[in-house]
Design a protein around this ligand. Structure first.
Ligand SMILES: O=C(O)[C@H](O)[C@@H](O)[C@H](O)[C@H](O)COP(=O)(O)O
Length: 227
C-alpha cells in the first residue's frame, strides 16, 4: 500500500509538474511518506518548489506537541524534503480566534489555486480531515466539532493538553484537488471500508463523497479489507 501509493504520488510530481500537496497526518500515510522521502533523497532535483498544505490540525493544543499535525509534517516531510516555512500553509493553534485562522488559511488556499494532489487517511467514522459525519458538511476551511471517536485517535490521546476542536479544510477544498490519494490501513478500518465500497453517497460517511471525484485512487491494505 505504501510503496504503490508513493509510486503514484511520485509519478504525479514527475509527470504533471505537481507543485502543491495537501497532506494528512495519522498512521496510514506514514509508509507512503517514508517511501516518498527515500525517492527525494535519491534525486532531489525531481521534486522542485513543492508547496505543502496541512490538511487539518487539532485545536486547543500547543502546536509543538509531538503528535500535532504540525510536528508530524515537519518531522516526516518538511525537514527531510527541506521545505521552508513560506512554502507551508498550515493552521496555527495559538490564535485568539480559530474562525479567523480558518479564514486566513482559506485565503491562502484561494491564492494558491486548486491543489495538485491531496493525500488523505480515512477516519474510523468515515471522516476526511476533520470533516465529521453530519447532516450537513462544510465546503471550506472551518472549525470542526470533533466526535468522541475522533478524540480517541492515538494522536489526540497522547497529548498533554487535549484537543477540544479541529481546524480543517472543507469538503470542497478537498474535492477541488486535481488528484486525490486515499490510504487506509489497519483491521479497525474494516467496517468503514465495507461501507465505503458500497458506493452510496452520504454526508454521514464524508469519505463517500470521493465517489463524486473524477480522479481519486484509494489504496487499502490487506488488514482493512474483508472479503
Ligand atoms: O490525521 C489527519 O490528518 C486526519 O485528520 C484524519 O482524517 C486521519 O487521516 C484519519 O483519522 C485516519 O487516521 P489514521 O491514518 O491514523 O488511521
Amino acid at each position: 500500500m505504501s510503496r504503490q501509493s508513493a509510486r503514484l504520488l511520485i509519478s504525479h510530481i514527475k509527470g504533471n509538474g505537481t507543485k502543491s500537496l495537501c497532506l494528512a497526518s495519522g498512521s496510514s500515510p506514514l509508509g507512503l511518506y517514508k517511501n516518498f522521502v527515500d525517492a527525494y533523497k535519491e534525486d532531489p532535483a525531481n521534486f522542485p518548489n513543492l508547496k505543502v498544505v496541512k490538511l487539518d490540525e487539532w485545536g486547543g493544543i500547543d502546536i509543538t506537541e509531538e503528535t500535532s499535525g504540525e510536528s508530524y509534517l515537519k518531522t516526516n516531510i518538511l525537514a527531510p524534503l527541506r521545505i521552508k516555512e513560506p512554502n507551508f500553509i498550515s493552521f496555527q493553534t495559538n490564535t485568539a480566534s480559530p474562525e479567523k485562522e480558518c479564514e486566513r488559511v482559506q485565503d491562502e488556499l484561494e491564492n494558491l489555486g486548486a491543489l495538485d494532489v491531496c493525500i488523505l487517511g480515512l477516519g474510523m467514522n468515515g471522516h476526511l480531515g476533520f470533516n465529521e459525519p453530519a447532516k450537513e458538511l462544510m465546503s471550506y476551511c472551518h472549525v470542526a466539532k470533533l466526535s468522541r471517536k475522533t478524540l480517541q485517535h492515538a494522536m489526540a490521546v497522547s497529548m498533554a493538553k487535549k484537543p477540544t476542536y479541529g481546524l480543517t479544510l472543507g469538503m470542497a477544498n478537498i474535492l477541488n484537488s486535481k488528484k486525490i490519494i486515499l490510504v487506509v490501513s489497519g483491521a479497525h478500518k474494516q467496517i468503514v471500508i465495507k461501507h465505503l465500497l458500497e458506493q452510496k453517497i452520504s454526508t454521514y460517511l464524508p469519505a463517500s463523497l470521493l465517489w463524486l471525484h473524477p480522479n481519486t485512487t484509494c489504496f487499502i491494505d490487506e488488514e482493512s479489507h474483508t472479503r
